[in-house]
Write a protein that binds this ligand. Structure first.
Ligand code: FE
Ligand code: MN
Length: 333
């Protein structure tokens, strides 16, 4: 058992961050700080007018906005709780913990975005929260992640054996790759597609900021997973890899179902199937990032989506303010 690595490090004082061993964790922290934003910086005035108007948004568009807020309202809190209550406890390395604190703050900002949207549009929070109960494809996604990550919620869980380290990596893949890397993305694509049609641009911009944060969370999560694998190579067996691949395939089915349910008729210039293709495309990128072979080989139907995370160059061509907050061209995903 590796006792001097990123987890189970009994030889390093968690209160002494210097000297640092994992510079990438430090870099993700700095990139997160460089991306700082708060929802109040984005004006909702135009969105409020469009939301009140009976002619701007179709019934289908209203429905998908509410669905996406419904999923995000519970998913952001779920992520924050998992992070603070489980991941933080087991990742003993100080520079990783510094990043986790930053991430936890960003999740609080995302929850704040939900509050801000409810306040400014006058939405009924109970109705939004209730979607988790009444819309099967939202409930299935949340339940999938909750079930997936049950074992490490056990207060007696320890990452002390090969099997338990596998358990931990399994759950990290549930948190980072599936929840943050797959389950948010059909919603991101829908909200940003609306924004491209000049509809609900305030929420759209907030979703862009959130997506930029999530892409960093995902990058940190994949680096963490890859280092645990490298330091504990005995865990990465053929059968464990197979288990992970099956899990991810299952998640893709749920996310595609969600996409088709939330946007059954498609949107101007986009058919519903393209959201499903987008989910497959991004999933292949996640698999490659954790050294698993891609499954789908699906072409990216929305090349414009990557411009929303690679903000430093492309964003200048649009009137968005997002670049102003990026102090360095530090995001590569
Ligand atoms: Fe988040
Ligand atoms: Mn996140």
């Amino acid at each position: 058992m590796n006792k001097s690595g990123i987890i189970n490090n009994s030889t390093v004082d968690p209160n002494k961050i210097l000297p640092m061993r994992y510079q990438w964790a430090r870099q993700h922290y700095k990139d997160g700080v460089a991306n700082n934003w708060t929802p109040e910086e984005v004006s909702m005035q135009h969105d409020i007018e469009q939301w009140k108007s009976s002619t701007v948004l179709t019934a289908a568009e209203r429905r998908l906005i509410l669905w996406n807020l419904g999923f995000f309202s519970t998913a952001e809190s779920l992520t924050a709780n998992n992070l603070v209550l489980t991941v933080y406890k087991h990742v003993t390395n100080p520079e990783c913990r510094q990043y986790l604190l930053r991430q936890a703050y960003e999740e609080a900002v995302h929850t704040d975005t939900f509050i801000y949207c409810c306040d400014s549009l006058g939405l009924n929070p109970d109705e939004i929260y209730n979607m988790y109960e009444v819309i099967p494809s939202i409930k299935e996604k949340d339940d999938f992640v909750v079930n997936l990550t049950k074992s490490i919620m056990n207060p007696n869980f320890k990452t002390d054996t090969t099997e338990n380290i596998q358990r931990f990596v399994h759950d990290l893949i549930g948190f980072y790759v599936i929840m943050e890397g797959i389950f948010f993305y059909a919603g991101f694509a829908m909200m940003l597609a609306l924004k491209r049609q000049n509809k609900m641009v305030g929420i759209g911009e907030q979703f862009e900021y959130i997506m930029r944060d999530e892409s960093l969370h995902l990058a940190f999560g994949c680096d963490l997973i890859n280092v645990i694998k490298a330091e504990n190579p005995e865990i990465w067996t053929e059968s464990f890899q197979q288990e992970i691949v099956e899990l991810i395939k299952q998640a893709v089915i749920l996310e595609k179902q969600y996409a088709l349910d939330a946007c059954p008729q498609g949107m101007l210039g986009i058919n519903a199937q393209q959201f499903a293709e987008y989910v497959e495309h991004i999933t292949d990128r996640r698999l490659e990032r954790i050294d698993l072979p891609k499954i789908y080989g699906t072409k990216n139907p929305f090349p414009w989506m990557s411009q929303s995370t690679d903000l430093s160059k492309e964003k200048n061509f649009f009137e968005s303010r997002v670049t102003e907050y990026q102090t360095a061209g530090s995001l590569e995903w």
